[in-house]
Design a protein around this ligand. Structure first.
Ligand SMILES: [Zn+2]
Length: 263
């Protein structure tokens, strides 16, 4: 192995066929962040890359860094976990591909954050093991936003600082434009349907914000609550990214939930 080569663990976020025999893969690594590499001959090779470069796969790879902003060159890949059921079960595929798209869009090339890698690995592992996908996705997105510096501010009304439940309000309005809450009095409307968070949803989000991955299994979130939380976090993410998140439509199609009505 040349001294120029890099070795790292990573997750496949995206792959695309390139030409007759090559593949381009986008990977996320705890040490190198997001990076894109070309696997020469990947479609032909029966040995080096076969069935290894699929989305969601956890790999140990060796790659040669590119010069002059060209694609890195993937030399070897060893499959650690395939998470096969994420590609064969539509209901698991939808949240998994959404999570990969969010990591792809929220991160910059070669700007590593091991928390993001750990979160994504945890989510893929949990979905593969049959964990309820909506609460897991809520937890993932909440902590991804935090890792990227966009933690939603959910403790009190951003205008008057009243606490949820303090003045007998039944729900607060989330503002996707700045990631904070407004009480019904300050928002000047009782029609909070689009971005409303019930007190129950708010409590779950506040609890989930404080939890670590290991504690997450304790969080029992009813589907209706998870759906409401997820829609609000998605709206915030979409505002931050200033673009559509394509895999969201898969999720809405794949999971017959009230989130589809709210869109
Ligand atoms: Zn207020």
């Amino acid at each position: 192995m040349s001294s120029q080569n890099c070795r790292t663990r990573c997750i496949v976020l995206k792959n695309t066929d390139f030409g007759e025999s090559d593949r381009i893969v986008t990977l996320y690594s705890p040490d190198h962040g997001r990076f894109t590499a070309i696997a020469k001959g990947a479609k032909r090779s029966q040995k080096r890359f076969v069935n290894k470069l699929e989305e969601f796969s956890l790999l140990d790879v060796i790659y040669r860094p590119a010069k002059y902003n060209r694609l890195h060159f993937l030399s070897e890949a060893e499959l650690q976990e395939a998470f096969l059921s994420l590609r064969t079960h539509w209901q698991r595929y939808c949240p998994a591909i959404l999570a990969c798209e969010l990591v792809l869009r929220f991160t910059r090339e070669h700007d590593p954050d091991s928390r993001i890698f750990t979160l994504l690995h945890w989510l893929l592992h949990s979905l593969h093991n049959g964990t309820a996908h909506l609460p897991a996705l809520v937890f993932f997105l909440l902590h991804l936003l935090d890792a990227c510096g966009y933690q939603p501010r959910l403790k009190h009304c951003a205008a008057c600082s009243c606490l949820p439940g303090q003045n007998k309000q039944l729900s607060f309005m989330f503002q996707p434009g700045n990631g904070s809450l407004l009480c019904p009095r300050c928002s000047g409307t009782t029609d909070l349907s689009r971005y409303s968070l019930s007190l129950q949803s708010l409590k779950f989000l506040q609890t989930a914000q404080k939890m670590t991955i290991n504690q997450m299994q304790r969080l029992q979130m009813p589907e209706q609550v998870a759906s409401e939380c997820l829609f609000v976090l998605y709206s915030y993410s979409r505002y931050l990214l200033q673009c559509d998140i394509h895999s969201w439509s898969f999720l809405v199609q794949g999971i017959k939930k009230p989130i589809s009505k709210k869109r």
